[in-house]
Design a protein around this ligand. Structure first.
Ligand SMILES: NC(=O)c1ccc[n+]([C@@H]2O[C@H](COP(=O)([O-])OP(=O)(O)OC[C@H]3O[C@@H](n4cnc5c(N)ncnc54)[C@H](OP(=O)(O)O)[C@@H]3O)[C@@H](O)[C@H]2O)c1
Length: 251
């Protein structure tokens, strides 16, 4: 068993989640990663296993049963949980005039409902931990709603409200909760717009990892409730104001 603790990372097969899993393993945690696509997830687990003890379990975080199975599988493998990283998410660009119920439901289901159900089902293990921490990957779009991203922004604002409620409800029991609010991070999610923005202007996954590892090393007397990661000039550089230029969706 890893000496620093055990973590669960949803969306751990790619981008920020993969980076966080690697960072946690490097810091001595054992880690479960979860995502939908089994091939990509297994390949990620294989590659991460060079860094430490990794378990992987396929799950769709829009589905309650899948979330419960993933948490059960983690429990069977490790029997404990110290750090829950709710990270699996997607963003779909749609002007409000064309908002589809399907795209709205997908974003709310995965980005918000999935975080809430996963946290709920992980609570018994977190309550048994000596240093429990729930890290919710939100977005700067949850603070400053973004044009063309109303459903995504709303889902991320919901995560901020959820995280605040967790602190009110669980803080006195020593369970920490933190919302991360990054601007554009260089991951596959932003591949479609990275050249337009300029890849060299994107925040690096390693920046997010550094923040989380720092969070987890704070004393029990200290928490960072929200962490905003921005480029030096702030905001989302290069986000097109013209809706016609925002043609792509990420999923
Ligand atoms: N990149 C950015 O600029 C940025 C900025 C702020 C916040 N964020 C947030 O950071 C988180 C990670 O994003 P990323 O940039 O790392 O994106 P990414 O590289 O596309 O990774 C997304 C991860 O989530 C998984 N996922 C997506 N839908 C899922 C579902 N229904 N059930 C289970 N897993 C699912 C994906 O695997 P499968 O597709 O195989 O399921 C993948 O592992 C998201 O919550 C995103 O909103 C990203």
């Amino acid at each position: 068993m890893a000496d620093r603790g055990v973590a669960f990372v949803s969306g751990g097969s790619s981008g920020i989640g993969y980076g966080l899993a690697a960072g946690l393993l490097g810091d001595g945690y054992a880690v479960t990663i979860s995502a939908r696509r089994t091939d990509k997830l297994a390949a990620a687990a294989e590659s991460l296993s060079e860094l430490g003890e990794v378990h992987h379990v396929a799950a769709n975080f829009a589905a309650e049963d899948d979330i419960e199975c993933a948490i059960d599988s983690h429990h069977e493998r490790f029997g404990r949980l110290d750090v829950l990283i709710n990270n699996a998410g997607l963003g779909i660009v749609e002007p409000i005039d064309q908002l589809s119920a399907k795209a709205l439901d997908r974003q709310l289901d995965v980005n918000l409902r999935g975080y809430m159900l996963c946290t709920s089902r992980a609570m018994a293990m977190l309550r048994a931990s000596s240093r429990p921490h729930i890290v919710n990957v939100a977005s700067i779009a949850g603070i400053h709603g973004q044009s063309g991203l109303s459903a995504y922004s709303a889902s991320k604002a919901g995560i901020l409200g959820f995280t605040h409620a967790l602190r009110e409800e669980l803080g006195a029991d020593g369970i920490k909760a933190t919302a991360l609010c990054p601007a554009f991070v260089d991951t596959p999610m932003v591949d479609w717009i990275a050249d337009q923005i300029g890849r060299d202007r994107l925040i690096k996954v390693s920046d997010v990892v550094q923040v989380v590892l720092t969070l987890l090393r704070l004393s029990p007397q200290c928490n960072m409730p929200e962490v905003v990661l921005e480029p030096p000039a702030g905001g989302l550089p290069g986000w097109p104001s013209d809706p016609a230029q925002r043609t792509a969706a990420t999923a």
